[in-house]
Each structure stands twice: as structure tokens, then as C-alpha cells.
Ligand binder design. Structure first.
Ligand SMILES: [Zn+2]
Length: 321
């Protein structure tokens, strides 16, 4: 009965294939189970593993990519994609530092700056409501902190932002010194100091000598905000051997705040011309939008973002050489 034989043969062939398939499936299940266990084990050791990435990339590269990821140095509190010191060994680009003045009131703005994940500097008004918290937050994310020292202006402004803790040329040496001590106690994270207002203060020898002496004693650097062309502060700092630099560009001081992008690119051009440049901005929404749009890709414009202290360090190193 050839037909029957053939039927029996077919049926036994099906059984054979089914058996082989079962073996293969069982083996696959075992392998994938072991692989998942392994990945799970590795995940417990890693700081972060995006599981969605694994499921969205079923191309067998997941584990390879994960290995690369987990071997990267863990810098959970470092916001920078790269910092100036890291790239000194790479191509040496002109340094650009951006200082945001008048900080210490709005913690949300501080968080926005952290989210940019680029080297930045914040100048904090010591008497502002959230001064200490802002400084702690900044320091945790390796953002430089400056004491934003309210100094007397020619227009005699004694009310408004920075009026608290204002230092005037009429004060005694003791008064000035104790205010500086108090400010530094409030902002111990500070690496340096720059002036808030101060058109009269920075033109005054008596006052600036005391401030320079203080900075020297505390090992802090000075950034002249240059709120007046009559400022003697930078020259005096150099004379007294206090590490110092000057602001070149105000990013958002124009009426209507509609030239912020132009000012930023002016700052980049100055950095390329002089090897470094410092710009100052303020906690304005318009400023933030421009920083968000251009800072993360600053290298594409031929500059390396840096903190104020990185500028000072490179400057001091070039003076010694
Ligand atoms: Zn200011």
C-alpha cells in the first residue's frame, strides 16, 4: 500500500520537524533568558540604562552599545559635554566665558542654566533671597560662582536690585571689610567677584584698594564688569597681583533686548580675535532663549565655552610662561 506508507512517512516527517523546532525554540528561550538576566545584572551596576533604547533597536547592537555606555566615566553631577580643561589637550580654541549677573532671586532660572549643560558662571547678589541656595546649586553642577558686589553708582541709586548690602565710597575701611566678609560667608562657593553697578565705586582708589586687598587675602579673582569707562579696578587688580579680567560685551543691555544674538556673535568674534572674551548677561527670558539656541553648539562657531575661572587659569599660565 504505497499511499498509506507515504502517509505514515509524511506524518513522521512532520513529527521530526516539530521536534526540531521545539528544541530550537527551547534553546532560544534559554539564551534570551540568560541574556536578559545578564543585562539586568549589569543594569544594577550601571548608573542609567534606557530600556526603551533596547526595545527600540532590535538590531543586535544593544548589548554592544550598552557596554560602551556603561564604561564611560560616571560624572553624575557634571553638566558639561566637555569642559575647557578636557579639550586643552584637543584643539585649542579661543575661550568664551558667559557670566549671568544679578542671580540669587529666581531658582528656576538657575535650573534653566544648569539644563544648558555648558560651562557658565553666575554672579550672585549676596543679599538676594536665594543667594546661598543658588550658589550651592551652581557649585554642584560645576558652574562658577562669583560674588556680585553691589557698588555705589554715580547716579546715587540706593533702592532696587542690589541696594541691600551696597558698598559706598563714604564707608569706613572696617565697614567695607566686614561687608565683604559677610558676603563671602554667605557665598563660600565663590571663586571670584565682579561689581554690580559701581560706576562711582570702581573709579574710587580708596574703595578698590580695600576690595583688592580682600580678594588677595581670600585668593579670589576679580572681573571688572566695566559699568563705566572710568573704572580703575582692572588696572589696580593687575598692579596688586590679583588675577583679573574685564567684561568685553554686555549681551542684553540694548533697548528692547533684540540684539542679544548679534551681541553673542560679537563676543565669539572677539574671542577669536583676542584668544578669549568675557560676556555678561542677565536673567531675562530673551537672553535664555538665545543661550539655549547657540551655546550647546558653540564649537561650531569656533569657540570653546569656559567658566570665568578657566579663563583666569589659562591667563595666569600664559603670564608665567
Ligand atoms: Zn548687576
Amino acid at each position: 500500500m504505497p499511499v498509506k506508507t507515504s502517509r505514515v512517512k509524511k506524518s513522521s516527517n512532520f513529527q521530526g520537524i516539530f521536534f526540531e523546532l521545539s528544541i530550537i525554540l527551547a534553546a532560544l528561550a534559554l539564551i534570551s533568558g540568560t541574556a536578559l538576566d545578564y543585562l539586568n545584572f549589569k543594569q544594577n551596576k550601571a548608573t542609567y540604562l534606557p530600556w526603551s533604547w533596547l526595545t527600540n533597536h532590535p538590531d543586535g547592537q544593544a548589548e554592544k552599545k550598552f557596554e560602551t555606555f556603561s564604561k564611560q566615566p560616571v560624572r553624575p553631577e557634571g553638566p558639561y559635554a566637555s569642559s575647557a580643561s578636557e579639550t586643552l589637550t584637543q584643539k585649542k580654541l579661543p575661550l568664551t566665558a558667559i557670566i549671568i549677573d544679578d542671580m540669587g532671586e529666581d531658582l528656576t532660572f538657575m535650573q534653566e542654566l544648569i539644563n544648558l549643560r555648558v560651562p557658565l558662571t553666575v554672579a550672585i547678589l549676596p543679599d538676594s533671597e536665594n543667594a546661598a541656595k543658588t550658589a550651592q546649586l551652581a557649585a554642584r553642577y560645576q558652574i562658577d560662582v562669583l560674588i556680585h558686589l553691589p557698588l555705589e553708582a554715580f547716579n546715587g541709586q540706593t533702592v532696587g536690585l542690589g541696594a541691600d548690602g551696597l558698598i559706598t565710597t563714604a564707608m569706613s575701611r572696617e565697614e567695607i571689610w566686614s561687608r565683604l566678609e559677610k558676603d563671602y560667608e554667605r557665598l563660600p562657593e565663590a571663586r571670584g567677584l565682579n561689581n554690580h553697578m559701581g560706576s562711582k565705586g570702581t573709579a574710587n582708589h580708596y574703595l578698590m584698594e580695600i576690595i583688592m586687598e580682600f580678594l588677595k587675602e581670600k585668593n579670589l579673582f576679580f572681573i571688572d564688569s566695566r559699568t563705566s569707562s572710568q573704572s580703575i579696578a582692572y588696572d589696580l587688580a593687575v598692579k596688586r597681583r590679583v588675577p583679573a579680567a574685564s567684561r568685553q560685551i554686555f549681551l542684553d543691555a540694548d533697548d528692547g533686548r533684540n540684539k542679544i544674538k548679534d551681541r553673542l556673535f560679537e563676543l565669539f568674534s572677539l574671542a577669536k580675535k583676542n584668544g578669549q572674551a568675557i560676556g555678561i548677561g542677565h536673567p531675562f527670558e530673551e537672553t535664555l532663549q538665545v543661550l539655549k539656541a547657540y551655546l550647546p553648539a558653540a564649537r561650531n562657531y569656533g569657540v570653546q565655552l569656559a567658566t570665568a575661572s578657566e579663563i583666569i587659569v589659562r591667563q595666569e599660565a600664559s603670564i608665567k610662561n
